[in-house]
Design a protein around this ligand. Structure first.
Ligand code: SAM
Length: 274
C-alpha cells in the first residue's frame, strides 16, 4: 500500500480539521476516492506539464492525481483550514505535491512552475468562468484543462451554433480550444450536495485560434450580438456600427440572421472589420 493510500479517510480529515463547507468558497467536496480517481483518469494521459489543481479542499482529487501517477502537482487553495488538512497529503506525496496558499484568480502560475500546465480541478463554481477565461487568454501555456463545473456552464462552453446555450462563452472558449463534455456527476456525490448536476469538461487549447481576430474586438462583437440575441444582426450590431447592414454585407453575412446562427469564423470576420 502506498503512503497516499494509507492516509486516513477523508471524512476523518474533515472532522479532525472541522472543515464545515463554506458556501462563499464554493465548497462542495468529493469524498469517494473511486470517483476522484475516475476524474483523474479522465485527464490522462499526463502531458509533459505540471499538473495544476485549483481548490484541493480536503484533498480527495489531489490524492487521486497522485495515485494515478501525476508526476508533479501544484495545488492552489485559499482556505487556511484546507491548507492545514493537506499537510499529511504533502508528506505522503514524496515531493510530488506543492500546495500554494492563495487566491487562484490572483495567482501567477509562472511564479510556481514554468509552463506548460495541465489543469485538473473540481472548480469553485462561483469563479469557474473567470478562471477559464483567464486561462484561455494564455491558452498556449496549457496542454489540457479538465475541470468539473456546473452542467449548465459545461453546456455553454461546448455549445454549437443554433442552440439556446450558444453564446459569448462558447465563442470565447472554442475560438481557442476544443471543448468536450466527458461525463456528468450527480449532486449526491458531493458533501454538501449542490442543487444541480455537474459535468467534467475538457478544453484542449488549439495551437492557434480558430480564425484570426483581436481578442478585445471579438469580445466586443460577440457582446453586442448576443446582448440582443433575439434581434436580427442588423439591429443588434447598430451600437457598434450605425451602418451595420453594410459591415455585415462586407463580411458576407446576411443581416437578417441572428447571433446564435453565426459560426466562430463569422464572428472573427466581423471582428476583423472593426
Ligand atoms: N477539490 C476538492 C474536492 O473535489 O473535494 C474541493 C473542491 S470545492 C468545489 C472548491 C475548492 O476551491 C474549495 O476547497 C475552496 O476552498 C477552493 N477555493 C474557492 N475559491 C478559491 C480561490 N479563489 N482560489 C483558490 N481556491 C479556492
Amino acid at each position: 500500500m502506498s503512503k497516499v493510500e494509507a492516509l486516513p479517510p477523508l471524512r476523518e480529515v474533515i472532522a479532525q480539521h472541522e472543515l464545515a463547507a463554506r458556501k462563499s468558497l464554493g465548497q462542495n467536496f468529493l469524498l469517494d476516492l473511486n470517483l476522484t480517481r475516475k476524474i483523474a483518469r479522465s485527464a490522462m494521459p499526463w502531458t509533459d506539464a505540471t499538473v495544476v489543481e485549483i481548490g484541493p479542499g480536503p484533498g480527495g482529487l489531489t490524492r487521486a492525481l497522485l495515485l494515478e501517477g501525476a508526476p508533479r502537482v501544484i495545488a492552489v487553495e485559499r482556505d487556511d483550514r484546507c491548507i492545514a488538512a493537506l499537510q499529511d497529503v504533502i508528506a505522503a506525496a514524496d515531493g510530488r505535491l506543492v500546495v500554494h496558499a492563495g487566491d487562484a484568480l490572483e495567482t501567477d502560475f509562472a511564479a510556481l512552475a514554468p509552463p506548460p500546465w495541465q489543469v485538473v480541478a473540481n472548480l469553485p463554481y462561483n469563479i469557474a468562468t473567470p478562471l477559464l477565461l483567464g486561462w484561455l487568454a494564455q491558452a498556449q501555456n496549457f496542454t489540457r484543462i479538465t475541470v468539473l463545473v456546473q452542467k449548465e456552464v459545461a453546456e455553454r462552453l461546448a455549445a454549437k451554433p443554433g442552440g439556446k446555450t450558444y453564446g459569448r462563452l462558447a465563442v470565447a472558449a472554442q475560438w481557442r480550444a476544443e471543448v468536450r463534455m466527458l461525463f456528468d456527476i450527480g449532486p449526491q456525490a458531493f458533501v454538501p450536495a449542490p442543487k444541480v448536476t455537474s459535468t467534467i469538461v475538457e478544453l484542449t487549447p488549439r495551437t492557434k485560434p480558430l480564425a484570426e481576430a483581436e481578442p478585445a474586438k471579438l469580445e466586443r462583437v460577440t457582446a453586442a450580438a448576443f446582448n440582443q440575441r433575439r434581434k436580427m444582426l442588423r439591429a443588434a450590431l447598430k451600437p457598434l456600427w450605425p451602418d451595420a447592414d453594410a459591415k455585415l454585407g462586407q463580411a458576407g453575412i446576411d443581416p437578417t440572421r441572428r447571433a446564435e446562427t453565426l459560426s466562430i469564423e463569422e464572428f472573427c470576420a466581423l471582428a476583423r472589420l472593426m
